[in-house]
Design a protein around this ligand. Structure first.
Ligand SMILES: Cc1cc2nc3c(=O)[nH]c(=O)nc-3n(C[C@H](O)[C@H](O)[C@H](O)COP(=O)(O)OP(=O)(O)OC[C@H]3O[C@@H](n4cnc5c(N)ncnc54)[C@H](O)[C@@H]3O)c2cc1C
Length: 402
């Protein structure tokens, strides 16, 4: 008898798992349960081209509508999985249905972190995670409106870039002293601050939000002791893993469902992949990644492991962000103690910052610089020693350094 694989969470990792299971020859039944109204879709365009109106909704979906039926995957949407009963090996759905599994994959992703200050639940205060969130945001997202963006991270800044392009008056409030502080080098932060200011965005750094005010709708944001009038607010202050199903079932979670290098939890019948997980990365540290690369690669590994063909997950993490006409591409994981080597001039809007650790490239941040990113990523994977002076020298082609 073929085994039944149940996947909870119909997002990037869930869709990848279905595809990989079939591509690798799994021929048993698959059921995927998702609590959103839509089949799996890509989220990155939500804060970029889709919000701008330059990306049609059908293109968001990872697969054609017919794919799941053709792949023999029973896709159950609009349905929340409520509990995992490990001893009986079934999942309880919110409508009382019980789904028996032989193997279970948790791809529940992450949810947005919410602000808890006074007025945080006023209409007009938005978050951005789903298609429904973009639909809700669009109503007020029109030229001439004043948008207050809380959080100078990727999501906040991508929305700032789109809003500026669409003619809104944009102010970004960031509690730290530089943009994307947790994710990029100071060079990148300074460069992006300048770009946003050039586009007319007002940046309020070191400015924590204290409250929202308004009569039936947000009208002011209070930050750093001052009130600023606004018509709408977008909060982008990070995400937390959706690990409650796992935790309630007694599986380990440390700000992320703990999985091994084959994406398996402590239960021999349960795997997990994507934003909801925490694993020991290729450098030997416990990490939780929130990116498409991890969702895809970890789901591929989970699929193989569920089929009894485990392979160690040690891919180089990579990420991108689009702001204005700038493509930021990052590979590897930087540390504050890395030695930074800059290649190219930020004023040319095409440059890269390499993070060197013990003489090898540990991470690369590239802005409109595809060769630096591609070769840099290879160097990160190889862990090879590089000459910092050569790396900084634009007259030396990147490919000769690989
Ligand atoms: C606006 C935005 C922009 C982004 N931009 C980038 C980018 O440029 N580059 C990049 O690499 N990454 C980006 N990301 C991150 C990337 O989209 C995520 O890392 C990726 O979607 C993770 O895939 P996942 O399958 O783990 O989770 P998700 O795709 O979030 O899917 C998880 C699904 O599980 C559902 N679920 C949760 N609990 C249950 C339950 N109990 N029962 C049923 N269903 C459940 C959730 O509702 C969700 O639909 C962006 C994310 C957002 C929101």
């Amino acid at each position: 008898m073929s085994e039944h694989i149940v996947i909870i969470g119909a997002g990037q990792a869930g869709a990848q798992a279905v595809q990989s299971l079939r591509a690798e020859g799994f021929d048993g039944p698959i059921t995927m349960v998702g609590d959103e109204a839509y089949p799996p879709y890509q989220r990155p365009p939500l804060s970029k081209a889709y919000l701008l109106g330059a990306f049609e909704r059908p293109r968001l979906f990872l697969k054609a509508d017919s794919y799941y039926a053709e792949a023999g995957c029973d896709l159950i949407l609009n349905t929340n999985a409520k509990a995992i009963h490990r001893a009986e090996r079934h999942v309880e759905l919110h409508d009382g249905r019980k789904l028996a599994y032989d193997k279970l994959l948790l791809t529940t992703g992450a949810r947005v972190r919410k602000l808890k200050c006074p007025g945080a639940d006023l209409p007009g205060v938005h978050y951005l995670k789903t298609i429904a969130d973009v639909d809700a945001l669009q109503a007020d997202f029109t030229a001439g409106k004043r948008i207050a963006i809380v959080g100078g991270g990727y999501i906040g800044l991508e929305v700032a870039a789109v809003a500026a392009k669409r003619g809104l008056a944009v102010t970004v409030f960031e509690a730290m002293d530089r943009l994307m502080a947790r994710a990029v080098s100071p060079q990148l932060s300074a460069f992006y601050a300048l770009e946003h200011e050039k586009a007319g965005v007002t940046l309020k750094l070191r400015t924590g939000v204290e409250a929202f005010e308004g009569d039936g709708k947000v009208e002011r944001i209070v930050a750093g002791g001052q009130a600023y009038p606004c018509d709408l607010v977008l909060v982008g202050i990070g995400v937390t893993p959706c690990d409650e199903l796992a935790v309630q079932a007694g599986l380990a979670s440390e700000d992320g469902i703990v999985v091994d290098q084959n994406a398996r939890t402590g239960d021999p019948y349960i795997w997990s992949a994507g934003d909801c997980t925490r694993h020991v990365g290729r450098e030997g540290h416990s990490i939780r990644l929130e990116c498409v690369q991890n969702a895809i690669d970890q789901a591929k590994h989970a699929a193989l492991a569920m089929m009894g063909r485990p392979r160690t997950y040690a891919e180089v993490p990579w990420f991108w962000s689009d702001q204005y006409d700038l493509k930021l591409q990052i590979a590897g994981l930087a540390r504050p103690t890395d030695t930074l080597v800059q290649r190219g001039d930020p004023a040319a809007r095409k440059f890269a910052v390499f993070h060197l650790r013990d003489g090898a490239v540990a991470a690369v941040e590239a802005v409109n610089a595809a060769p630096e990113y591609m070769i840099g990523k290879k160097l990160v994977a190889e862990g090879k020693q590089v000459d910092a002076a050569k790396l900084a020298d634009l007259s030396i082609a990147m490919k000769t350094l690989a």
